[in-house]
Ligand binder design. Structure first.
Ligand SMILES: Nc1nc2c(ncn2[C@@H]2O[C@H](COP(=O)(O)OP(=O)(O)OP(=O)(O)O)[C@@H](O)[C@H]2O)c(=O)[nH]1
Length: 544
């Protein structure tokens, strides 16, 4: 595989260059459209323009990911979602529109300054997901390496194998991988440490070694290892570590909302936080609070205490009247130094108090730590602990959102129900822990293979639901057939025994006004058909 490295890398580079040229044209066009939108007074015309901008953002969000511009793709996607929310709002606000167009202009300026980045998502539901999954493998034993490439390819990773450290270094200099797996024989860790130090940020590293001794593990940690495995390698465990590291890397930026009547100060805070990779919105008119909470969904709210018309603590109390916003952390930002008054504000509502003036670093640290905690709490509430996927109620809600969206934009959306075959037998024969490992591996495989815009949840014990926007049932069938084959090819281990498991899936596609519940029922019926026709297959629901 290493022989093809040069050609592949130069092709990747050529594609990246070509896409960068396309951006130079498309981004200024978007900025021009945003400016025109600001000057359009008539509502229907505005709507049409937002739809046009949304379409362009949508195309860019997907294409950027495919061509290697991860951050840009993510940002385009977030802007696209904002456009969607504006289009969906019962009473679309002028302020929200102004902020949206400003955000586009700001984004375009930033993107034109620094466009290059790493891949994140594919717009084409059938394109294999390159999202953050380019892995370089250093393995001197070609046969062992090729086996590992194959096993990881089944999880959807794009793996390039190198048999020599020099070739790995050269490839990394051309294009940074998203993760490194290094089979250690002799001295590689020293070279790896140097390689990591030469990069702007270290790459997540998994080390495979013969030894489990202290010195070697220390050397691995110094080279930036996030996983350490001894031979024979349990590939599902290695993949799990890889997945964990990549997910940590691909985490979306924290969303921070600032409400401050001092526009200059708010702009400054916003700049400081944006520089630390957070997404920031400023709200100057508190009466638009709930509209903005819905459209931006912040994790942290920075709230001025004294504002004309309505105080910070009053706003905080209003937010706390609604259970759905409990997860937003509220931090008062105020020049108030009187500790008694601070405490009085906190007693009404709110979680912390930051006294102005505050240094940039202190502001970043305070906001970052609150945002991190808010996110982990919200993940713990919404995500299943075994698989990290959405829980039953949340994936159901996501199905409802996407089905409604499909009805509005007239695009096909598919709902897929997936169930492991004869899973009771797996538990009975190999134990519950081995069963859990199978569930986790399927979750990882699904996550790897699907796009970022797809949603995925654990619907029941060994049952999963996926919703794929802008994807026909036929496309979904091809995707899930491929997933089915890859999954069946995985080898699981229980002690000295090795086994494999198959899956069945049922698919329904949006059709006119189908209700979300009906979509799930149809997918479930198709899954039932798949089970009763011998399992290990994917079926599309019959309409009517
Ligand atoms: N290890 C493990 N097993 C689980 C978990 N949740 C559910 N299960 C098991 O999954 C099995 C589901 O069995 P059934 O729904 O009867 O069907 P099946 O054996 O999968 O056979 P099919 O008819 O092919 O669906 C039960 O034995 C559950 O105990 C879990 O979190 N971990």
């Amino acid at each position: 595989m290493s022989n093809g490295d040069d050609t592949l890398l130069s092709q990747l580079q050529a594609l990246t260059d070509r896409f960068a040229e396309r951006l130079q044209q498309e981004l200024p066009e978007l900025a021009a459209l945003a400016e025109r939108l600001q000057q359009t007074p008539e509502h229907e015309q505005r709507r049409a323009q937002v739809v046009d901008i949304r379409e362009r953002l949508h195309r860019l969000a997907g294409a950027a990911g495919t061509f290697g511009f991860a951050a840009l793709g993510q940002q385009a996607r977030q802007l696209e979602q904002r456009a969607d929310r504006w289009l969906d709002a019962a009473k679309p606000g002028a302020q929200a529109l102004r902020e949206f167009t400003q955000a586009i202009e700001q984004w375009v300026t930033q993107a034109l300054d620094a466009p290059a980045n790493t891949p994140v998502a594919s717009p084409d539901p059938e394109a294999s997901r390159p999202a953050g999954c380019r892995v370089y493998l250093l393995e001197a034993d070609r046969d062992a390496g090729e086996q590992m490439c194959q096993a990881l390819a089944n999880f959807g990773y794009e793996v390039l194998m190198f048999t020599q450290t020099g070739a790995l270094q050269a490839a990394t200099a051309v294009q940074r991988p998203d993760a490194l797996i290094v089979s250690q024989y002799d001295g590689e860790l020293q070279t790896l440490t140097e390689l990591q130090q030469s990069l702007p940020a270290p790459v997540p590293l998994m080390v495979i070694s013969e030894h489990l001794d202290f010195d070697n593990q220390l050397a691995a940690v110094r080279a930036g290892a996030q996983g350490y495995f001894t031979r024979p390698v349990d590939i599902t465990q290695l993949e799990n570590s890889l997945e964990h590291s990549l997910n940590l890397q691909l985490n979306e930026p924290y969303r921070i909302l600032i409400i401050d009547d001092d526009a200059d100060l708010a702009a400054r805070y916003s700049l400081v936080l944006r520089n630390s990779q957070m997404l920031v919105e400023i709200l100057s008119d508190p009466s638009e609070l709930f509209e903005t909470l819905h459209s931006f969904n912040p994790e942290v709210l920075l709230l001025d205490v004294n504002m004309p018309g309505c105080s910070g603590p009053e706003l905080a109390q209003m937010i706390r009247l609604h259970a759905e916003w409990l997860r937003v952390t509220i931090i008062y930002l105020s020049a108030e130094t009187d500790i008694n008054r601070q405490m009085a504000a906190l007693l009404k509502a709110g979680d912390d108090f930051i006294t102005k003036p505050i240094s940039d670093n202190a502001l970043i640290a305070a906001v970052f730590s609150h945002a991190k905690r808010a996110r982990s709490l919200s993940n713990a509430l919404a995500r299943d602990s075994l698989t990290g996927l959405l829980k039953h109620a949340d994936i159901k809600e996501q199905v409802a959102l996407e089905v409604q969206r499909a009805q509005r934009n007239g695009k096909p959306t598919s709902v897929v129900m997936i169930d492991l075959d004869h899973f009771k037998r797996v538990n009975d024969q190999y134990g519950h822990a081995a069963g859990d490992n199978v569930i986790r591996s399927l979750a990882n495989l699904l996550r790897q293979r699907l796009r970022r815009i797809d949603s995925l949840g654990r619907y029941g014990g060994e049952e999963f639901v996926a919703v794929l926007p802008d994807c026909t049932a036929e496309q979904a069938r091809r995707i899930f057939d491929e997933i089915r084959l890859r999954f069946a090819a995985l080898n699981f281990h229980a002690g000295t025994r090795t086994f494999s498991v198959s899956l069945s899936a049922g698919i329904s596609e949006t059709d006119g006004n189908a209700a979300p519940g009906a979509m799930l029922e149809q997918a479930d019926q198709a899954l039932y058909d798949a089970k009763h026709n011998g399992r290990n297959q994917v079926r599309i629901a019959r309409h009517g």
